[in-house]
Design a binder for this molecule. Structure first.
Ligand code: NAP
Length: 430
């Protein structure tokens, strides 16, 4: 029997498990520190994007195969160490994602009301780590830093009416706080231009169909239309949306302004954020942004920095600090230790990008471990955890949690999530 442990039950973890479980004589343990599976599908993908979240049904199919087991509420690093796992399993695959925000390294970034997207997204998605975030929504202005899809998610969620959350699984604390929000002006700050955005067309197009909010683009920021021809097709579609927003400004009570060539250089306020100082930029021949010295202020009672994520390092595991991911040779970190997904390649691509990644790392592991080295595997982990009084949450337990969440859903919504680990454990009925 061959034994493989996957640390992290998000998309990268389950796509890898899907490939591994097709092999003979293999037992795969998918370990997660939360009592609930699916990682970013549950706590990262926006609550109003249920069609993307539906992929969890596929992961459930993998989780329910005989040779795959969910080991929830077990923290690698405290309940069990990486070295112990490497001793117990033929291969250990880190699928831990990139849950930490890249730091916003400007003066004032530590003021109250300056929040990273991991925290804000975790808050509206009910991640237990961020359930108590209580973001300040009492001022009309919000600055959203970054020109990626996360910035779009954040702006859209801030702009939606309570009715527009119908059919979503946004959690009650966020639903209530957003319904009472005073936010009226959302400013998306991009340090480069419309041709350098990292926003996909479907997500950008959604901003044009909001009930009470409308996107605004300054036509002067757009390059000549003929230049769009050199863009790849997806990017061209995105830029076409921006051109549409610029050409047809619609008056609605909430505005979402795209400030291009706008680099935040400082955040100011008396104890908490009141304004962002933004420097106008130009691009050099390599399309890098440079400050022009000209600055302006954006009034904001909340700043959400959406500038990318990083994987938290694990002591003893080689790490690339510049890239915020584990150091690996295309997935192989050390003998018996691998990385997959964002933990391997950094925070880029969509959920689907993890499918070929998981398949490839799964095949690589199968080839490397051969018939296995007679390691203790599952029974070994169970004995170790029992000796430490750690009781893992099983997939059956998770389904009880899920049933309770579905039963508590508002009419038309898929679920009402538990937002604390205690409540999740209680729902297992153990
Ligand atoms: P991202 O796509 O890497 O975008 C990060 C943005 O932050 C870029 O515009 C970048 O600008 C900017 N930035 C970086 N450092 C900055 C700084 N110091 N100051 C100002 N701006 C800075 O990251 P993301 O939005 O977090 O998304 C992560 C991944 O998840 C992406 O692959 C994304 O497509 C995916 N995602 C997909 C969906 C979806 O499909 N619906 C939803 C959410 C996320 P530069 O280009 O100038 O560096």
């Amino acid at each position: 029997m061959r034994h493989v442990a996957i640390v992290g039950s998000g998309p990268a973890g389950y796509y890898t498990a899907e490939t591994l479980q097709k092999a003979d004589d293999i037992a795969v343990d998918v370990i997660d520190r939360l009592p609930v599976p699916y990682g970013l599908i549950r706590t990262g993908v926006a609550p109003d994007h249920q069609s993307i979240k539906a992929v969890s049904r596929r992961y459930e199919g993998t989780a329910l195969t005989d040779n795959v087991r969910f080991v929830g509420h077990v923290s690698v690093g405290s309940d069990v160490t990486i070295d112990e796992l490497v001793g117990l399993y033929d291969a250990v695959i880190l699928a831990t994602g990139a849950p930490n925000d890249r730091p916003l390294d400007i003066p004032g970034a530590d003021l109250g009301g300056v929040i990273g997207s991991a925290a804000f997204v975790g808050w509206y998605n009910g991640h237990p780590d961020f359930a108590d975030l209580d973001p300040p929504l009492g001022a009309p202005g919000v600055a959203v830093i970054g020109n990626g899809n996360v910035a779009l998610d954040v702006a859209r969620i801030l702009a939606k009416t309570p009715q527009e959350f119908g059919g979503s699984d946004i959690v009650a604390h966020a639903r209530d706080a957003l319904a009472a929000s005073a936010v009226r002006h959302i400013q998306i700050l991009g340090r480069r231009g419309p041709h350098q955005i990292a926003m996909t067309p479907k997500e950008l197009g959604e901003l044009g169909h909001l009930e009470r909010a409308s996107p605004r683009v300054d036509p002067a920021d757009l390059p000549p239309e003929g230049d769009d021809a050199m863009l790849e097709p997806g990017m061209r579609k995105s830029v076409t949306h921006l051109r549409g927003f610029a050409a047809n400004p619609v008056a609605k009570p909430v505005t979402i302004d795209f400030d291009f060539f706008a680099m935040p250089v400082a955040i100011e306020g008396d104890g908490k954020v009141q304004r962002v100082i933004v420097e106008r930029t130009t691009l050099d021949a390599d399309l890098r942004s440079h400050g022009t010295g000209e600055t302006y202020a954006v009034d904001a009672g909340l700043v959400i920095s959406c500038i990318g994520y990083q994987t938290p390092p694990i002591p003893g595991v080689p790490y690339e600090h510049g890239r915020g991911r584990f150091a690996s040779d295309d997935g192989r970190i050390l003998p018996g230790l691998y990385a997959v997904g964002w933990a391997r390649r950094g925070p880029s691509g969509t959920i689907g990008t993890n499918k070929p990644d998981g398949a490839r790392i799964g095949e690589m592991v199968l080839e490397d471990i051969g018939r296995g080295a007679g390691k203790a595997g599952r029974p070994g982990l169970d004995a170790l955890l029992a000796s430490r009084d750690v009781v893992p949450v099983t997939f059956r337990d998770w389904r009880r949690i899920e049933e309770a969440e579905v039963a508590a859903a508002l009419d038309g919504n898929p679920r009402e999530k538990f937002t604390s680990i205690e409540a999740m454990l209680q729902a297992t009925g153990r």
